[in-house]
Write a protein that binds this ligand. Structure first.
Ligand code: 9D3
Length: 271
C-alpha cells in the first residue's frame, strides 16, 4: 500500500522541492508514497494571515499560533485514513534513528509538523502530537530539513524503492556496523595509491572476510558506542582483533578533526 504523508509547513515549496530527487523522488513517481505539503497560513483567521505571535511572559522571538497549525493538522488528518500518526519535529523530541525509520515505514499514513521561530504554542503538542522527533543536538532554524531527512530515511525503506531489494538492509546501521571502504576504477591513481589486492583477486570468501573486518575495525575506532550494543560472533571477534593489531597507530581519526583556529564567532542562541 502507498504510504501517505502530509507535511505541515510554512515553507511548502521547501518540502516539495526536497522530496523530488534520487531514490525518494523515484519512489514518489512510482507511487510507493505520496508527500503533500499543507501551509498553516491557509488556515490563519485574520486578513493578514498571521501564523505567529509574541510569547506570553516576554522574551525574544515569536511563537507559532495554535489555530493555523491546528487547522492544517486537521485538514491533513481529513485527507488520510483514520489512525494516521501526527509527529512534530522539534529539538525536544526523541532522537531519530534507523530503528524508528524502520518502524515508521510501516505506518501507512503520517503527518509531519514543522516548527519555525521559537517553536509551537505548547497546547498544540498537548492535543495534536503523537510524538516529537529531533535529529540531534544542534540548532536548525526550522523543522523542514528534519522532515525531509525523516521522509528520505523512511521512503527508501518502502518495498520497491531501491533497485536492489537487499541493499537497504545491507546499509550502515542495518546491523549496527559502519560500512567497509569502497573503491572503483582506476586501480592505481596518479599519485600511486592503489586498490587493496584482495578486492582484485576474485576470492569472494576472502573479500567477505576483508569487508567484515574493515567494518568491525572502523566501527570500533570511529563509533565504539555502536559496537558496545552488538554481540560479536567468534569470527567477528577474531577479525576485529586482527584489525586492531594492524591499526595500532591510526594515521588519522576522521571523526575527531582538529578544530579550526579560534575564530571567536557568535555561537548562536543554543539548543
Ligand atoms: C534558538 C532557539 N532555541 C532557544 C534557545 C530553541 C529552538 C527553537 C526552534 C531551537 C531550534 C528550533 C528549530 N528547530 C527545529 O525545528 C528542529 C530541530 C533542531 O533544531 N535540531 C535538531 N532536530 C530538529 S527537528 C526540528
Amino acid at each position: 500500500m502507498m504510504m501517505r504523508v502530509r507535511v505541515v509547513s510554512l515553507f511548502p515549496e521547501m518540502v516539495d522541492t526536497g522530496v523530488g530527487f534520487g531514490v525518494c523522488g523515484r519512489a514518489l513517481t512510482r507511487g510507493l508514497a505520496e508527500v503533500v505539503a499543507i501551509n498553516p497560513r491557509d488556515f490563519a483567521q485574520d486578513v493578514h494571515r498571521t501564523v505567529d505571535d509574541r510569547p506570553y511572559g516576554g522574551g525574544p522571538g515569536m511563537v507559532l499560533k495554535v489555530e493555523p497549525v491546528q487547522g492544517a493538522i486537521r485538514a491533513a488528518r481529513a485527507q488520510l485514513p483514520a489512525g494516521a500518526r501526527v509527529v512534530f519535529l522539534g529539538p525536544q523530541g526523541r532522537r531519530f534513528d534507523q530503528a524508528l525509520a524502520r518502524d515508521m515505514a510501516g505506518w501507512g499514513a503520517l503527518v509531519l509538523v514543522c516548527g519555525r521561530y521559537e517553536g509551537f504554542d505548547e497546547r498544540l503538542l498537548e492535543t495534536e502530537a503523537d510524538c516529537e522527533i529531533s535529529l540531534g543536538d544542534f540548532v536548525l532554524s526550522g523543522g523542514e530539513l528534519a522532515a525531509l531527512a525523516v521522509i528520505d530515511a523512511v521512503v527508501r525503506l518502502l518495498p520497491g524503492a531501491l533497485g536492489d531489494e537487499g541493499s537497504a538492509q545491507a546499509d550502515s546501521f542495518g546491523d549496527d556496523l559502519l560500512d567497509c571502504p569502497h573503491y572503483t576504477r582506476p586501480e592505481v591513481l596518479g599519485d600511486g595509491r592503489s586498490v587493496p589486492d584482495v578486492l582484485l583477486e576474485g576470492n569472494h570468501e576472502a573479500i567477505r572476510r576483508w569487508r567484515l573486518k574493515q567494518a568491525l575495525g572502523r566501527t570500533q575506532l570511529r563509533r565504539p558506542d555502536l559496537l558496545r550494543r552488538r554481540v560479536l560472533s567468534v569470527e567477528e571477534r577474531q577479525l576485529l582483533g586482527e584489525y586492531l593489531a594492524e591499526h595500532r597507530a591510526q594515521a588519522r581519526n576522521f571523526n575527531d578533526p582538529e578544530p579550526v583556529a579560534a575564530a571567536d564567532h557568535d555561537e548562536g542562541e543554543g539548543l
